[in-house]
Design a protein around this ligand. Structure first.
Ligand code: PMP
Ligand code: GLN
Length: 381
């Protein structure tokens, strides 16, 4: 049988490949983004309790009401916005699924979606499967910011959606109020939808503030905002997140969600609801926690040959190695995993047209001793 791939250019993700290589080479793994420390004990304990109490059957399609109430309370607390838990919040099995459903619900064959390079790897396959085309606009060379002039120039009558990601993976850049106002202006003017990936919302540093599309009234009316409990509560393996969108957009998203996954895991949702009710301050303390990790890592690299600007948000730090070698980042990341036992992510793979730059991404969601060990290796390179 002849099977023509619908995604001929897609292989196994760089995260899976680099983590597998790190394991087989017994290297320190700062490649794939996940914490090497455990989630809060009370959260894990609550999961066990709910499973033991028999909460093991299907949850309501849009999510357990107690969890949606807590999400709504946290959106009020941290972003100052009021969201209706029944009509505007959908719990999903990971932000990846929420993003996929939002794209699938809205993009038709021939539609164009503006994405910014380097772009998180899950967006373009979803756009292509929906029959759309990703239009790649590169972030600016040194500070990885959005050039809004270039965005305006990329818009055509077929443009249907803009996808943003703040704080940004892999660059660690954070969109400013001015950026959000530009986005709002463009989206309004061209009647576009916005898909906003905010999974690292609580991981912002140096006094910066995360701004959500939900905080800009006109933007909010045309946006899907995606969040992930995996990042906030250090449970990436629980694959649970949520999407916030106006009722009419949530309704369309749910039509897809109910046939992609249908529901998210019941005892996980109940545990998250308990934990958020009992420890509402937890998320607010994450920025300081990860800023300390970033500072520890960068402080230990000060005598290395790498150059860097401190990450503004997310748990990723870019390091420029142009003083060390001119090799491609894809080759360097592999070679250093094998030879120096330190794994990272090459960022050229996230570009349609990779620029001439020598940059690797390192995840600093790791215990302090691992970060110091990693920095010691990097200082020797
Ligand atoms: N967007 C970005 C930018 C991410 O880094 C991730 C995390 N891997 C996701 C989406 C997906 O999150 P989840 O694990 O909740 O699907
Ligand atoms: N988002 C995580 C990262 O950037 C990885 C998730 C995945 O492996 N798909 O490393």
């Amino acid at each position: 049988m002849q099977l023509e791939s619908k995604l001929p250019r897609v292989g196994t993700t760089i995260f899976t490949r680099m983590s597998a290589l790190a394991t087989s080479e017994s290297a320190i793994n700062l490649s794939q983004g996940y914490p090497d420390f455990d989630a809060p004990g009370a959260l894990i304990e609550a999961l066990g309790r709910h499973a033991a109490q028999g909460h093991n059957q299907y949850a309501p399609m849009a999510g357990v009401p107690a969890l949606r109430e807590q999400i709504s309370a946290q959106l009020q607390r941290y972003r100052g916005v009021t969201c209706d838990p029944d009509t505007e919040i959908t719990v999903v099995p990971g932000a990846t699924e929420g993003i996929f459903c939002a794209i699938t619900a809205c993009i038709r064959p021939g539609d164009e979606v503006i994405v910014f390079d380097p772009v998180y790897d899950s967006y373009e396959p979803a756009i292509e499967l929906a029959g759309g085309t990703a239009v790649h606009v590169p972030l600016t060379a040194h500070d990885f910011a959005i050039d809004w002039q270039q965005v305006r120039a990329a818009i055509t009558p077929r443009t249907r959606m803009i996808m943003i990601n703040t704080p940004h993976n892999p660059c660690g850049s954070v969109l400013s109020r001015q950026d959000m106002l530009e986005l709002q202006d463009i989206a309004e003017h061209h009647d576009l939808l916005v898909n906003s990936d905010e999974v690292y919302e609580h991981l912002v540093f140096d006094g910066l503030e995360h701004l959500s599309v939900l905080q800009f009234e006109s933007l909010r009316q045309r946006s899907f905002a995606h969040f992930s409990f995996g990042k906030t509560f250090s449970v990436t393996g629980w694959k649970t997140g949520y999407c916030v969108a106006p009722a009419r957009l949530s309704e369309e998203l749910r039509k897809v969600h109910q046939y992609v996954a249908f529901v998210s895991v019941t005892p996980v949702q109940l545990a998250l609801a308990d934990f958020m009710r009992e420890q509402p301050d937890y998320a607010g303390e994450l920025g300081a926690f990860y800023q300390n990790k970033r500072n520890l890592f960068l402080g230990a690299l000060k005598d290395s040959r790498f150059t860097f600007s401190p990450s503004q948000g997310s748990y990723f730090q870019l390091l420029n190695y142009s003083a060390i070698t001119t090799e491609l980042d894809t080759l360097v990341s592999e070679r250093w995993t094998r030879e120096n036992k330190i794994a990272s992510i090459p960022i050229s793979v996230f570009y349609a047209e990779p620029p001439q730059q020598s940059v690797l991404r390192f995840c600093f969601a790791k215990s302090d001793s691992v970060l110091l060990q990693a920095a010691e290796i990097l200082c020797r390179i």
